[in-house]
Design a protein around this ligand. Structure first.
Ligand SMILES: Nc1ncnc2c1ncn2[C@@H]1O[C@H](COP(=O)(O)OP(=O)(O)OP(=O)(O)O)[C@@H](O)[C@H]1O
Ligand SMILES: [Mg+2]
Length: 138
């Protein structure tokens, strides 16, 4: 995947995200608010999973949400890494009983599952969407 090449071998997730978010915002015309970027190094595998998930989440924001603002936070601490991508757009009905089989949501879950983490999607029709991924440090 081309996006993966942007993360240099030293795994500088914060600057890779910063660059991508600025570029995406300029292209989409949707404002991005960066609440936090990872303050400590994460493994290359985790960095790739987070980066690929942010790319996918933003693709959905651009394509489906009609949002004006998307907020991004990636924090690291003793408990691990937490990523949230939250938009103020249209939202949609997330059917927990029959998880949406579309490629994007499945891919985001798979990225986090692949590094031992979990990903959840919360959305309220008319109230925006938040994608949250959590993974233990490593
Ligand atoms: N941020 C969002 N705002 C509004 N609706 C969303 C958002 N993210 C996802 N959705 C809804 O969830 C559906 C599933 O998303 P998913 O990314 O899995 O598939 P997709 O974007 O339709 O296609 P693709 O496989 O190309 O990603 C979307 O079709 C859309 O209806
Ligand atoms: Mg999608």
């Amino acid at each position: 995947m081309a996006e993966e090449l942007r993360i240099r071998s030293n795994g500088d997730l914060a600057s890779a995200l910063e660059d991508y978010l600025a570029e995406w915002s300029g292209r989409s015309g949707i404002a991005v608010e960066i609440w936090a970027l990872p303050g400590q190094a994460v493994s290359r595998r985790v960095a790739q999973a987070v980066y690929a998930t942010v790319v996918e989440a933003l693709a959905n924001v651009e394509r489906h949400s009609h949002a004006r603002l998307v907020s991004v936070a990636v924090t690291t601490g003793k408990a691990g890494l937490r990523m949230t991508v939250s938009d103020d757009g249209a939202g949609f009905a997330v059917d927990e009983a029959a998880p949406n089989a579309a490629r994007g949501l499945t891919a985001m879950r798979a990225h986090f599952a692949g590094v031992g983490g979990t990903l959840t999607v919360n959305s309220v029709p008319g109230g925006g969407t938040t994608v949250t991924g959590v993974v233990r440090a490593g």
